[in-house]
Design a protein around this ligand. Structure first.
Ligand code: CO
Length: 301
């Protein structure tokens, strides 16, 4: 009797002791949005609005932001604004006890920035007391299907004042290295299928400013100046939009278009501002969440 009681006590100890060490704790999910970041107030508002929309879409999973651009982080710190790198953001969520994280790239194409996000995410997975699983949702244009959806979303986002005969140019960043840069000519094709007067250009890749200008319908002398709607194809309409597209320098897109005898109409919005474009990003985030085992979002779109 004595022995059995001791045995029972021992067993009881084992029953309570074992789970604390061996049993899997339930996963704790978090979302980390990987953004280039911006020092521009309008661009920051765009990013904040997107974070809010993401949090509304996934009410049960906290949403964090990690930045990829070093220079932006430096400038934000000088302004006393939050400037957490993507690496640190992932370390922070691990320290807070999250175990399964979906990183969503807010990049437009799978270029240099996106590759960096993938590497950082991989490095943070499986560290002792760190994140158990990390998955990365693809950039905005991660497939041919995305390019087709984006073309429709972009054209639908144009203001009512834009007439069918007006030219539209969507200007992205461009990527001179790697296959990511091929996405812009591909998007051009998709846009052109739906609207013969819509074009895609880039600041630092193909099609260039010169190549885009050469593709536009000719200006006919004696006729009113044709209108050209200039629209950023950038996650946020930050520095590149302000300087390269709409800047006062003689070589800005706005000034080159105006000098060519056309009337330039500026539409200063970011891709993250457009609800139909957000949904393409959210579809990628859904996939990233599913990859770490989170239940599908009770999406209210
Ligand atoms: Co740049």
């Amino acid at each position: 009797m004595r022995i059995s009681r001791t045995l029972f006590a021992l067993l009881l100890c084992l029953v309570f002791a074992v789970p604390a060490h061996a049993a899997e704790k339930p996963p704790r999910f978090a979302i980390v949005l990987a953004s280039f970041g911006s020092t521009d107030a309008k661009a920051q508002a765009t990013q904040e609005a997107f974070v809010k929309a993401a949090q509304a879409r996934y009410p049960d999973i906290p949403v964090y932001v990690g930045l990829t651009a070093r220079l932006v982080q430096k400038k934000l710190k000088e302004q006393g604004k939050p400037a957490t790198s993507i690496f640190r953001a992932l370390a922070d969520v691990a320290d807070e006890g999250f175990t399964h994280v979906a990183v969503q790239s807010l990049q437009v194409i799978p270029g240099e920035e996106f590759e960096g996000v993938q590497q950082v995410a991989k490095a943070q997975e499986g560290l002792p007391k760190g994140l158990k699983r990390v998955s990365v949702g693809g950039p905005l244009i991660a497939s041919n299907e995305d390019a087709a959806s984006l073309a429709s979303a972009l054209l639908a986002a144009l203001p009512k004042e834009r007439k069918a005969e007006d030219t539209v140019i969507f200007v992205g960043h461009g990527s001179p290295h790697g296959v990511g840069g091929m996405i812009y000519p591909s998007l051009q094709w998709h846009v052109h299928q739906k609207d013969k007067n819509a074009f895609v250009g880039t600041v630092e890749g193909t099609p260039s400013l010169e190549e885009t200008m050469a593709a536009l319908p000719l200006v006919v002398k004696g006729k009113p100046a044709p209108k050209v709607w200039l629209v950023p194809l950038l996650a946020m309409a930050g520095e590149h939009a302000r300087n390269d597209l709409f800047g006062d320098e003689p070589d800005s897109w706005k000034n080159i278009i105006t000098k060519s005898g056309r009337e330039c109409k500026a539409l200063r919005i970011g891709l993250l501002d457009i609800p139909a474009v957000r949904n393409i990003w959210f579809a990628h985030l859904d996939e990233a969440l599913a990859a770490v085992g989170a239940a599908p979002a009770k999406a209210k779109q």
